[in-house]
Each structure stands twice: as structure tokens, then as C-alpha cells.
Design a protein around this ligand. Structure first.
Ligand code: FPP
Ligand code: MG
Length: 440
């Protein structure tokens, strides 16, 4: 019989029903991740809104819409805290610090809004940044030589790199910009997701498609993506550009993988092979749809802090983001059933209604073989959704999915142990617990 041990294999943890203990059973109170960086988070949010201005007010309105009711901001928090917990440790830190301080080196906050191309070519009108963008009004620009719009680039003095690594407890402007970019990507994906899922509500308010229609929601998502991509280019780091661009493909791949059919074995799934395949697809989809942005955003943060290949911090950051991201989505999938259970008698289990099989249903399938057929036909027949929901709630599927999430969360905490002690490290640990304990 298939059990969660396979899903846990990659975590090098054994025993399906083990009680997952915290890897750092510290009695010290942990720093509150959101409080520790609340000024930086507030700044990330306010300056993000100015990046989304457009000469087309309707577009600006929809692009801003989901930022008016802010998300939990987990992704920016991961980027900011990992930056703070690792800055000063990377081989290239002195250069990154110098770039953040030296005019023209490209790392100062004011320089991150400067276009790389001449603004009249870019034609990227943003009324919130009139000095840095240009409208399509000047027909003569072809005949004019390009004006100097960026300061000359200074040269970094390599001898500065000789400083021994030590924690700097700071966050660079490029890392704050990255926090904005990951939040923009997340928001762009939600604008599209709410069209696909036909969601009526988001964060207690009408969803963007409900408020503005599907076309504007899709176009608004593309616009946010465009602005995020330009900001990404201005970070001036090809590795970070590659990482974040690949997240966009991952999000789309995850969404497609989510719709993949689950087929039963002709022999009635005696071998459990189909369940195993379904688990693999589910966990892969979970990485693509949710964990990839956290993992690659985390890795990008430490790259911007001067970590090079061979610096353990890059691998640590990626592993932290990947594990906490999978835990986050598993809890999301559990909450869908816990909300359904709280509203029994009314329609519940939004995932089932969308035809989606998540962790709790996959575990329930082990205990109730009749679940297989419902999964295979994506809960399409009348009564399937209610039937599947009841099976899940009678099974140990919800509890076991929580245990699996706990295992991923513990792994995220464990990889942090290579870091020197700091408040940011403590807050990152606390975040792994928050993700498990969240109720919405
Ligand atoms: C929310 O999932 C959706 C995602 C995490 C990703 C959606 C990705 C796309 C639609 C691909 C397009 C991507 C871009 C960048 C434009 P959910 O439906 O499980 O959660 P919900 O309950 O919050 O809607
Ligand atoms: Mg959705």
C-alpha cells in the first residue's frame, strides 16, 4: 500500500506517522518575522504601488487592485529576512555593498528606477515616475542622439574583497526591489488564477475578474508581469534574471500539471502504482505552483547579497524556500478541507469543486479505494464532491497531510542551522512554525 513514506523520502525522514518534533527545540522566544522587518515591508509595499502607474488609468486601477488588500506577504518576508540573515557572508559581499553605496554602480535605490534603454525608446510611460519614463509623443527622437541618462559606471577596487566575512545585518536596495518583484509575480499569477478558477472572491472582496471582467484581469496580470520584468532587468544580475524568469514558466507549468488526469490501473489500482504517480505529480505541481517562487526568490536574495557558486548560503536559501513553500501549499490544501468541514451542510471544499485532487484526498484514497473512481472522473458526477469530501473527512487524510507539511517545515528550519545566530535567523525559524499554524 502506498504511504507517505515515499513522499517523505526526499526529506530523509522515516516513519509515516512519526510525531514531527522541531529540529531546534529551543526555549528562547523567537523573533516575530513580520514585526522584525515591518518598516522594510511597509516601504516595499508603498514604493511598489508607484511602479504600477500607467498612462491608462483603468489598467493602473486593476494592476493595483490586489495590492489594496495586501497578501500575507510571505514571499517578500522570506526575501528580506534571508537577505538580513546572510548579508556579509558571501564571497562577493564587499562589492555588493560598494555597489549599493557608490553612485553609478547600479545598486543604489534611486538607480533601480533608471531605465537601461533611453526612455523614449522604452516608451514605458508611468505617471508616478515622469522623470524616468517617456510617452509616445516625440516623433523626432530618431534624429536625436541619445541623451546621457545614466551616470558613468565606476570601477570596483578588488582589494576591498579581502575583508573577512561577517554578518552585516542589513538589506540592500536590490534585495528590497527583489522583494517587490516576487510579490508582483505572485499578484500577476493570482490575477490569472482567478480567471482560471472563476473565483468570485479574493481576500474577502470581489475578485479582479468579478470586478473588472476576465479580459481586464488577464491584461492587468500581464501588465504587472511586464513591470516586474523591467525591474528585474534593472537589478543588473543575469543569474537572478534567469532564476526569476524561470519561476514564471514554473507557475504556468504548475497550473497545467494541476489539470493532469489521474487514471486508475485497469486491475482496479491493485498495485498502488497510480496513487504513487498521482503523489509524484501532486508534489511536483506543488513545487512549481507555490514553492518555486519562494525557493528561487530566496536564492536570488543571497545572490544579490554577493553569494557565489560554492557559497553554502545559496544552497541553504534555496532549500529553505523550497521546503517552506511546499509546507505552505500543503497547509493550504488542508485548510480547504477544514473550511469545508466547518461549513458542513453547505458547499465546501473549493478544490474538489474545481476537480482538483490534493494531499488529503490522496491519503484518503489509501483508506477508501472507492475514492479512486471519484478522483479519476474529477468529481464531475452529481454528488461526487459531497461524497469525496465526506470520505476525506472520515479518513486520516487531513491529519496526515498536516504531518507531511510539518516534515517539510522542520526541514526548512533544519537547513537554517548553518547560519550564524541573528534575529533574522530566529525570525526565519519562527516563520516555519507560522506557516504550519496558520488558519487562513
Ligand atoms: C493560486 O492557487 C495560484 C497560484 C499559486 C499560481 C497560478 C499561476 C498561473 C495562473 C499561471 C500564470 C502565471 C503568471 C505569472 C501570469 P490556488 O488556486 O490553489 O489558490 P487560491 O485559493 O488562492 O486561488
Ligand atoms: Mg485559485
Amino acid at each position: 500500500m502506498y504511504s507517505c513514506s515515499r513522499a517523505l523520502k526526499g526529506l530523509r525522514l522515516s516513519g509515516c506517522r512519526a510525531r514531527w518534533s522541531s529540529t531546534t527545540a529551543s526555549t528562547q522566544p523567537k523573533a516575530d518575522p513580520f514585526k522584525l522587518i515591518s518598516p522594510q515591508l511597509a516601504e516595499v509595499r508603498s514604493s511598489l504601488l508607484s511602479m504600477l502607474g500607467s498612462g491608462h488609468p483603468a489598467l493602473a486601477e486593476i494592476a493595483n487592485y490586489y495590492f489594496l488588500h495586501p497578501s500575507k506577504q510571505v514571499r517578500p518576508v522570506i526575501v528580506l529576512l534571508l537577505s538580513q540573515a546572510t548579508n556579509g557572508l558571501g564571497s562577493n559581499w564587499q562589492q555588493k555593498l560598494w555597489e549599493a553605496e557608490r553612485e553609478g554602480a547600479g545598486g543604489r535605490a534611486s538607480e533601480l528606477d533608471l531605465p537601461l534603454s533611453r526612455p523614449d525608446v522604452l516608451n514605458d510611460w508611468n505617471p508616478n515616475m515622469p522623470g524616468k519614463t517617456s510617452t509616445f509623443s516625440d516623433v523626432k527622437f530618431m534624429l536625436q542622439p541619445p541623451t546621457q541618462h545614466r551616470p558613468p559606471v565606476p570601477t570596483f577596487n578588488e582589494t576591498l574583497s579581502a575583508f573577512p566575512p561577517s554578518l552585516h545585518h542589513s538589506i540592500l536596495p536590490t534585495q528590497r526591489r527583489l522583494a517587490q518583484i516576487v510579490e508582483m509575480l505572485h499578484t500577476a499569477s493570482l490575477l490569472h488564477d482567478d480567471v482560471i478558477d472563476e473565483s468570485a472572491l479574493r481576500r474577502g472582496a470581489p475578485s479582479a475578474p468579478a470586478a473588472y471582467g476576465n479580459k481586464l484581469a488577464v491584461l492587468g496580470g500581464n501588465f504587472v508581469l511586464g513591470r516586474a520584468s523591467a525591474a528585474l532587468a534593472r537589478l543588473g544580475d543575469p543569474e537572478v534574471t534567469e532564476l526569476i524568469a524561470s519561476v514564471i514558466s514554473n507557475l504556468v507549468e504548475g497550473e497545467i500539471l494541476q489539470t493532469k488526469d489521474v487514471k486508475l490501473d485497469t486491475a482496479g489500482d491493485v498495485s498502488g502504482q497510480r496513487r504513487q504517480d498521482a503523489w509524484n505529480i501532486y508534489l511536483h505541481k506543488t513545487y512549481l505552483k507555490t514553492a518555486s517562487l519562494m525557493a528561487k526568490g530566496a536564492r536570488s536574495a543571497v545572490v544579490l547579497g554577493g553569494c557565489k557558486d560554492g557559497d553554502v548560503w545559496k544552497e541553504m536559501a534555496y532549500a529553505y524556500g523550497r521546503n517552506i513553500g511546499i509546507a505552505f501549499q500543503l497547509v493550504d490544501d488542508v485548510l480547504d478541507y477544514e473550511h469545508a468541514s466547518a461549513t458542513l451542510g453547505k458547499p465546501g471544499g473549493a478544490d474538489l469543486q474545481l476537480g482538483l485532487t490534493t494531499g488529503p484526498a490522496l491519503y484518503a484514497w489509501e483508506e477508501y479505494p472507492e475514492m479512486g473512481e471519484l478522483i479519476e472522473r474529477k468529481f464531475e458526477k452529481a454528488g461526487d464532491v459531497e461524497n469525496a469530501r465526506d470520505i476525506v473527512l472520515r479518513s486520516s487524510g487531513v491529519q496526515r497531510t498536516r504531518e507531511l507539511a510539518q516534515a517539510y517545515s522542520d526541514k526548512a528550519k533544519e537547513v537554517l542551522q548553518v547560519l550564524p545566530d541573528s534575529e533574522a535567523k530566529s525570525a526565519l525559524e519562527a516563520l516555519t512554525e507560522r506557516v504550519i499554524g496558520r488558519r487562513s
